[in-house]
Design a protein. Structure first.
Ligand SMILES: Cc1ncc(COP(=O)(O)O)c(C=O)c1O
Length: 409
């Protein structure tokens, strides 16, 4: 029997937060998202390697990795030293720093389709910039996106019907199902000459649903059509970037977009995103106006450069994919021993798990909650993330906890 965690300090802090912050904690981290109620902590005290400690002193193996940014392990010494060295010279200043040029050069060398790179803060900055460039380059307004695909919380991207979002925000967005070439043909026929861009992640990783890889030949067929219609192809690699292939996840699936967006794992947790593009879009990229108060901060750029170098040195995507496969094989076997089918979808470095059960998703939510209360932090609504810091010892502990949690429900 594993120790069951209590979260009294987290709960007390959340009550304080609610008085001064709408909803207490925004987004995914809100207690209302983490079900069943009471099985998750709300506030972290510190983090190192593949683990974090909450404000009650409970220790967790983290399979959410900050929802993606952590890839080398928290408090990675190489990244932290590079940031310290950079910010002791300059960080946010009145001018850009040389590290911005070094980082752009590195990305242009690393990613075969990239002829230039722009930097911002969040993933949504990069996807918004990509849409602006596509519209400016084509003189068209409409954008094809995938049903359930997520590209940030900008109004055009939010699910229709969400608070504060208007019908006009979605007027130019054409949603089609993933892997559906007939639907793509349909919107292309219906909106001849109106479509600026096709934006999609390299594989489909929606929340609360099994994830889906591209069908054989899907990306190649999509790109043939996009070329015929003069539509800009945008790869949203914000989530999968550097967990499949250092050269971009499009390389893993064998296609070449015109623009590609990165964020999350690019700097092991430091705030920076990147948009890279092909030469023929360089002048349009130069003509658009996009900036922000902290877009030139040099510390995150130094973090990104060494993070990418470390990932390359470790051949991290191969390693993380292998760790993911090993973890998942073990979990599937343990579930089977308990008489359950654990359904794994997506890529092993970012797997989406769902335990098939006659009670529906509630059983899987309970299982993830019970794992978390025993020190293995996983969520039920979102894909997990594996990092280069997850060790064999972490996997063994995870399997033990998973076994105990399954026995408990
Ligand atoms: C595929 C994808 N695109 C874009 C974004 C938006 O990134 P951010 O939240 O940093 O704006 C996310 C965030 O989860 C994402 O997963």
């Amino acid at each position: 029997m594993k120790k069951i965690y209590q979260y009294s300090q987290s709960r007390a802090l959340f009550e304080r937060a609610r008085r001064v912050i709408p909803n207490g904690i925004p987004g995914h981290f809100n207690p209302a998202v983490q079900k069943p109620a009471g099985t998750y902590p709300y506030f972290v005290a510190r983090a190192a390697g593949a683990r974090f400690w909450d404000v009650d002193g409970n220790q967790f193996i983290d399979y959410m990795c900050g929802y993606g940014p952590m890839i080398l392990g928290y408090d990675n010494p190489v990244v932290e030293e590079a940031v310290r060295a950079q910010v002791s010279r300059s960080d946010t200043c009145s001018l850009a720093s040389p590290i911005m040029v070094e980082l752009a050069e590195f990305l242009v060398d690393l990613i075969p389709m990239a002829d230039w790179a722009y930097f911002a803060k969040n993933g949504a900055d990069a996807t918004n910039m990509a849409i602006l460039i596509a519209r400016a380059a084509t003189g068209r307004r409409k954008v094809i996106a995938i049903e359930g695909g997520y590209h940030g919380s900008s109004p055009w991207m939010q699910a229709p019907g969400r608070t504060g979002i208007t019908a006009e925000d979605h007027a130019e967005i054409l949603r089609i199902p993933w892997n559906d070439l007939a639907a793509l043909h349909g919107v292309l026929d219906e909106h001849q000459g109106e479509i600026a861009a096709f934006i999609a992640s390299p594989y489909h990783h929606p929340v609360n649903q099994d994830n889906q890889l591209p069908a054989d030949g899907y990306w190649q067929a999509v790109h043939k059509l996009l070329k015929q219609h003069g539509i800009v192809s945008i790869c949203d690699d914000v989530r999968a970037g550097f967990r499949l292939d250092m050269r971009g996840s499009h390389e893993y699936f064998g296609y070449t977009p015109d623009l590609s967006c990165y964020c999350k794992a690019i700097a092991n947790g430091y705030p920076i995103s990147a948009l890279v593009g092909i030469d023929s879009l360089r002048d349009t990229a130069a003509a658009i106006f996009q900036t922000g108060s902290f877009w030139f901060s040099a510390g995150p750029m130094a973090a990104a450069l060494v993070c990418l170098q470390e990932l390359q040195r470790l051949d991290a995507p191969t390693r993380i994919l292998a760790t993911g496969r090993k973890l998942l094989d073990g979990l599937v076997n343990i579930a089977r021993e308990h008489g359950h089918e654990l359904i794994v979808s997506g890529m092993p470095s970012m797997p989406y798990l769902r335990l098939a059960h006659e009670d529906g998703i509630g059983f899987h939510q309970a299982l993830c909650g019970e794992c978390t209360r025993r020190g293995v932090f996983l969520t039920s609504h979102h894909n997990l993330f594996i990092s280069a810091a997850h060790s064999d010892a972490d996997l063994q502990l995870t399997w033990d906890v998973f076994d105990d949690a399954l026995a408990s429900i």
